[in-house]
Design a protein around this ligand. Structure first.
Ligand code: PLP
Length: 411
């Protein structure tokens, strides 16, 4: 904890100043401490007028927004709120990356958006950000453009080009910055380009899990507020809100940023755009590398069968990064296996099959690894042998039912 930053945090100061009191209110654990509810002194996030209002105003100023809203239910809530705002503004079709996070597809489903998917060809086993021409093509048939910035592998979309396209078309740019809140203060921060954006503060800054911030510029602010009020919990966690405030106010950590770049070089990791994401190519040896590191108590964010993704933050300890480099540099590496999914046609009755039996069949429900929670096989695509193998081997997945894929029955 940086004490100087902490001293300037309003929510933390309010929680520290509280007198011991007897709780006949939620939460049910009844312990005194920071996990409180809306009380006479703690304001009310549903219609804030006190400490929470002041904090949100201050955070908006810091991130360069007209208005920012604290979220204690992750970037998922921010994405739903952004799409709600877009719909209030008359949007019905949205251009989005084919490998967007599942919350984006879920929000489209719930709010009745028609997604206009932008192709993301795979390069070295990783879906590339949509090209400028692909963005232009999709935006021509949509009311807004949404991009993931940065993506799960630390690559940025062409932000300046996206902004120019949106300005030219008079359409808003939405950025899913679930992995990008640490980029504030750099030229690639989402808030420099977007009309609406979410900062997944808990993922790359030292905030508690689920802490996030969603922000908007200009007239989008009022519509976003309506979205936030629709989807946000009515029981926000004060510790999470306090941690978001602290993390957003915290400056960059030049020492760990420099060490991360050295680690990237020493590990032969991908030359990506984001120092917090070390993408180390183990190829066919990825499972073995993951298991050997875990035995030494070193855990990665995810293993996609080619890369082990190590996520850092300004709170990463230098000695732990050194330990990772020392251990990972000695592990065997294999070829990167690139198996592009094959598009197929879908429809009709569905059946559940174990991954290996589903190979070649048309997938009826998006599914993939969790994290990163982007579809490995999308509805309508043929299930490849490589995808089936990954799904069968993964520790955590989404879109499967008791380990089985939903596929369309064969005609
Ligand atoms: C790109 C992206 N967007 C949105 C989300 C949802 O974020 P949260 O888990 O904070 O709700 C995630 C989570 O992994 C993500 O990777």
């Amino acid at each position: 904890m940086n004490r100087a930053v902490l001293r300037g945090c309003r929510i933390y100061a309010m929680l520290r100043a509280q007198k011991k009191h007897i709780s006949f209110h939620t939460p049910g654990h009844k312990r005194a401490g920071m996990d409180i509810t809306e009380l006479a002194y703690s304001d009310n996030l549903l219609s804030p007028t006190g400490v929470l209002a002041r904090t949100q105003e201050e955070l908006a100023r810091i991130v360069g927004a007209e208005a920012s809203f604290l979220l204690t239910d992750g970037s998922t809530c921010g994405i739903f709120a952004m799409l709600y705002a877009l719909r209030e503004g008359g949007g019905r079709r949205i251009a989005l990356p084919a490998y967007a996070h599942r919350s984006v597809f879920n929000a489209c489903g719930v709010l009745g958006f028609e997604p206009v998917c932008m192709e993301q060809p795979r390069r070295r086993g990783i879906p590339a950000q949509p090209s400028e021409s692909e963005m232009a093509r999709a935006l021509a048939g949509a009311d807004a453009l949404l991009l993931t910035s940065p993506d799960y592998y630390g690559f940025l979309p062409e932000l300046a080009a996206a902004r120019k396209l949106c300005d030219g078309a008079g359409k808003p740019l939405l950025l899913d910055g679930a992995h990008g809140s640490h980029l504030r203060g750099t030229p690639c921060y989402a808030g420099i380009y977007a009309d609406l954006w979410v900062d997944g503060v808990h993922k790359s800054l030292p905030a508690l899990t689920q802490g996030a911030l969603v922000s908007a510029k200009g007239a989008w602010a009022a519509r976003l507020e309506a979205g936030v009020q629709t989807f946000r919990t009515t029981s926000p966690s004060y510790p999470i809100m306090a941690s978001v405030e602290y993390a957003v106010r915290l400056g960059r950590n030049a020492r760990i940023e420099a060490a991360a770049l050295r680690a990237r070089r020493d590990l032969g990791a991908l030359e990506n755009d984001d120092w917090t994401k070390l993408a180390v190519p183990f190829g066919r040896c990825a499972d073995e590398a993951e298991a050997r590191l875990a035995k030494r108590g070193i855990y990665c964010e995810f293993n996609d069968g080619n890369y082990l993704m190590f996520y850092l933050s300004p709170a990463t300890k230098l000695r732990e990064l050194k330990k990772l480099v020392h251990a990972a540099a000695r592990l065997p590496r294999g070829e990167i296996a690139d198996a592009p999914a094959v598009a197929g046609m879908g429809g009709g009755k569905t059946v559940l099959l174990p991954p290996k039996s589903a190979v070649g069949r048309t997938c009826a429900r998006d599914c993939g690894l969790f994290p990163p929670c982007m579809p490995l096989v999308r509805r309508g695509e043929a299930v490849t042998a490589a995808a089936a193998e990954r799904l069968a081997a993964a520790h955590n997945t989404f879109g499967l039912t008791e380990g089985m894929l939903s596929v369309y029955e064969e005609a």
